[in-house]
Ligand binder design. Structure first.
Ligand code: SF4
Ligand code: SF4
Length: 363
């Protein structure tokens, strides 16, 4: 697998013509040479909650769609429903969120791919955590795929990029439960105020509160819905569980693309690099300045390169970044001190999802 990672700078969003730059980047990857007339091309992106303004805009994707159409192939937009309660937890709400953000204006099919159990395919991978993974069938059955990811921090993985978007985003609901079960949080007895806030946040009624909150692990699906709104940060994820979750997601990424490894292109958007995922309901200040947009056929290399480029920057004092503001310091560790984000790149390299070594080519 090639370890080339292409980078196009975007230093000023208001002046730079981002769709034009994405077109240049896309043409540089020569993805159209890898696809055939009439191929079904999945464009895996995220349609995001209605409050968010830093999501991947439809106009960023438009030049890619036009180029694929010139090849007489058939692109479709796709994502899967989330486990947590939000605007994308069922298909009707998810389509509404996509419509609100203008994705229907792109005039290509938009498929929420994990609607029913029949939409699931089990892919044999024989790895340490999973023997088989449960992937959304319409994504798996596509002839080629473009995974477009907005790079942010993340409560469970520290850094979130191509591996997370592929591994979690192509999994069915059952697959997501399988992954998240490994990442069930725990309650800090010292920090819990018994305020009851978390009870209503739990979609599985797994939390009860007496003098402190308790989680019923037979019911908990590890969605981590309860973590972010706890007023005292009493609901936590430990390092081992985070690594188990990263392993699970990385194995799922491996399974999701195993039938089209050389026909999956990854595009990482390093603009508005928020401390937490776009799914969150609070306003976020980016942790570093905008960097640009990357593309590669190697999901591990593109994530390692994205992570390195972000860490080279000076941290934004007005963000959630608690430590590691200096250039070369790990910004994601400065956000989520219990999580070693690079574990997902190490593991992706180890299981053959891709290679951590990369050749960064500026265009
Ligand atoms: S939200 Fe936090 S502080 Fe309140 S009961 Fe739940 S764990 Fe305890
Ligand atoms: S207790 Fe478990 S199922 Fe309930 S919100 Fe928290 S992580 Fe999700």
């Amino acid at each position: 697998m090639t370890n080339k990672v292409y980078l196009i700078d975007v230093t000023n969003k208001s002046e730079d013509n981002i769709p034009q730059k994405i077109q240049t980047l896309y043409e540089t990857t020569q993805f159209n040479d890898r696809i055939q007339k009439n191929d079904n091309i999945a464009i895996k992106t995220q349609f995001i909650e209605s409050h968010d303004t830093t999501y991947i805009k439809p106009e960023y994707i438009e030049p890619i769609i036009e180029s694929i159409k010139e090849k007489e192939a058939s692109p479709f937009l796709t994502d899967t429903n989330t486990l947590f309660n939000g605007k994308r937890s069922n298909t009707d709400k998810h389509l509404e969120a996509a419509n609100e953000k203008g994705f229907f204006d792109l005039n290509i099919p938009l498929i929420i791919a994990n609607n029913t159990p029949a939409d699931e395919i089990e892919v044999k991978i024989s790895k340490a955590v999973f023997d088989k993974v449960k992937v959304a069938k319409e994504i798996y059955d596509s002839d080629a795929m473009i995974v477009i990811s907005h790079i942010t921090g993340h409560t469970l993985t520290g850094y979130s990029g191509a591996i997370k978007n592929t591994g979690s985003g192509c999994a069915t609901r059952n697959g997501k439960i399988e992954q998240h079960k490994l990442a069930a949080p725990f309650i800090s007895r010292i920090a819990c105020l018994a305020c009851n806030v978390c009870i209503d946040l739990c979609p599985e009624e797994a939390i009860t509160v007496d003098s402190i909150a308790h989680i019923d692990y037979d019911k908990c699906i590890g969605c981590n819905n309860c973590i972010s709104d706890c007023p005292t940060d009493a609901i936590k994820l430990n390092k081992i569980k985070s690594e188990e979750y990263m392993k699970a997601v990385t194995e799922y990424a491996y399974g999701a693309i195993e039938n089209k490894k050389d026909k999956t292109l990854y595009i990482n958007i390093l603009l508005n690099i928020n401390p937490d995922s776009d799914c969150n309901s609070y306003d976020q200040n980016p942790i570093v300045d905008d960097i640009g947009i990357l593309a590669s056929y190697n999901p591990v290399a593109i994530d390692q390169a994205s992570y390195d480029l972000i860490n080279k920057q000076e941290g934004n004092e007005n963000s959630m970044l608690k430590n590691n503001h200096d250039p070369e310091k790990d910004k994601f560790k400065g956000l989520w001190r219990n999580i070693d984000s690079y574990f997902q790149f190490d593991y992706g390299d180890e299981i053959g999802l891709g290679s951590k070594k990369y050749n960064l080519i500026k265009i």
